[in-house]
Design a protein around this ligand. Sequence first.
Ligand code: ZN
Ligand code: ZN
Length: 439
Amino acid sequence: MILIIHRGAGESGKGEIGGNCIELQSSKSRILLDYGAPLPKRNEKQDKNTLKGILNIPGLYTETTKELPLTDIIISHSHQDHYGVLLEKAVKPKIRVSRLLEDFIRISASNRYKTIPKEDKTDYFTRYVSFNAGINDEFQIYPYPMDHSAAEAFSFEIKVDGKTILYTGDFRNHGHKGDTLFKRFKERVGKADILLTEGTMMGRDDTRIKTEKELMSKIEKISANYSGHIFVLCSFQNIDLITSLIAIAKNTQRELLLGPYATLILDVMQTRMGWKSKIPSSKIPYLKILPLREEFKRLRIMFSKDKDYKEILDSFKPGSWDSTLSSKNKYIIPITSSYLRWIAPKIKSFKDSILVYSMWEGYLEDPKFYEIIEYFEEKGVAKTNLHVSGHAYIKTLKEVVDKTDPDIIIPIHTEYPEKFKELFGDKVHTVKNGEEIKS
Ligand SMILES: [Zn+2]
Ligand SMILES: [Zn+2]
């Protein structure tokens, strides 16, 4: 078995976060784990017309006769830095995702041309059900659903050529479903020859707020102290936070205003998973859908031929702006940077309101967030940063190492790979992008 990290390797001294792409070779064929877009560098110009992050891997875009066939690309979760480049240009291998993962990738696409193909190019795997990949099914893969800030995330246990590799993807155990999912993971997972683990929190482990529950109670307290609106700048894929905000709205007799894209995510989860998702549906009385014409238009065009999503979108009945903003009570409003477009003309008073910034603080340097934050500052709105990480703390990484008892630990998705050596000693191999590891 040969393992190559094409991008995202925790190379000593210059690790990077995101853009993951890992190749595994058996004696007969090759597969890829994730094909992520590298996170944009500071001050980098975004050109919509150039293909970003394309990797030159034989068999990815053209048939290869010199190398073993590249048969499958398996995606761990619905964050751009793990699937993004998949959408840049049609790939040859089969794409392996869960049904919900495909949903999130489709819903988040910026237009209908940049999305994953439907037809026979994709194949679904299911939580806790082993599946095969490779030319003769020589890769046996077991998908563990994990807690993460994306709504659907997996770790994979892969058996090939008598070896076991555990790829953690991105994960944590301090979200709303953290305890349950991590407990189940630890109950089943066995020894791994190679542990390929994320290490985002290496060097960032000193966060103030440790769990989603803590975050929820902090925001709820703030709700009591401010009589105006509570604006929450966040990612709409952060389903734990959105669920918390819905619960806070109920507990504090406020209404929650949600855009159509965020509402679609909620209802797709409901439709696919039913009660098991523990996700409130958009039909609860204290949730109002924002009448955002542009956002509705984009989604309707994208899904005009997609029956499932179209039905959900058609069931949304937003009122007029006047009726949406008519409540005497103030609102909780999850927002994104582009929402300044309607906030500026529609929100008349910011009296006693607060802006909760609930994303990784690194994004604060992105000009698109800066603009909206500046706007709130000008309006004299109070601001607070309250965020809980989507990634495992060191304590949790130690539990994974204890449980899988790996011979080799390879850090990925980390800025501080050398910290792994301090913690786990000689078992840790920091590798370079493109380096071959034989096992
Ligand atoms: Zn990531
Ligand atoms: Zn992620």
